[in-house]
Design a protein around this ligand. Sequence first.
Ligand SMILES: [Mg+2]
Length: 273
Amino acid sequence: MLYHNDLDAIVYYQGAAEVAALYHQAFALAQMRLVAEVARRHQAGQPENTLYIVSDCDETLLDNSDYNAWLMETGRDYHDRTWSQWCQARRARATPGAVDFCKFVVEHGASLIYVSSRFEVDREATADNLRALGFPLERAGVDPDDTQLFLTNMRLNGEKSKKKQQFAYLLKRFGSAPLLQLGDNLSDHEADRYHYKVEASRRKASAERDARRWGDDWIVFPNPIYGAWRSSLQRPDGSPAGDEQPPSPYQPEPVRPSLNEAPKMSLLSKWQG
Ligand SMILES: [Mg+2]
């Protein structure tokens, strides 16, 4: 049988009880941090209503692994077009513990801000998907001063924005840093040092320097399937990708069997875009 290099990651993500446990563990930690901060503010007589939590969506609150399984099953690479089709299908599931955690945040008086790399054109579909799963999302419009949902290419001060600009915007809107930032990709916590173009060993060195923030204000979730961790391995010298680039020693070229040779597994989704 041909081996596809996403196979282990997708089987682990969809099949391992350990992944469910890791999600629950991360949300439990986030919940403890929130409870402690609410109590601290209450005791200190500080307002609690300025508290806010920023969460990534995909592979933090939403499980899109059926999309990745479909890419593998059909021998495709990721493409913005098929990704948008997947978002429009509103088929993402909730990650373990995510809905309960988000409800807990709102019930304890904190604001919940969803910051996602999904595209602005998929705003309605993303909001529909989140709400159908039970995530608290009252305001999902495009006004950055009155929305909980920030998406890639959303207009901030007339300019298209990404997470880096959105984090800065939220800092101004709330007048303080978020209590917690949740994400599966370290660029959900700090956009520059963990950017996908930053070489892998430099990202790892940053993660060591940030050791005290993990589990404090930065909460991380497992995603072995894709992310900046993988892109950063593809360019060991940090240079842009190009035809003349030698293959990375860390990241073999993907093996993509054709559809009729793809591994057949009961875990694979039958979703077809
Ligand atoms: Mg994510």
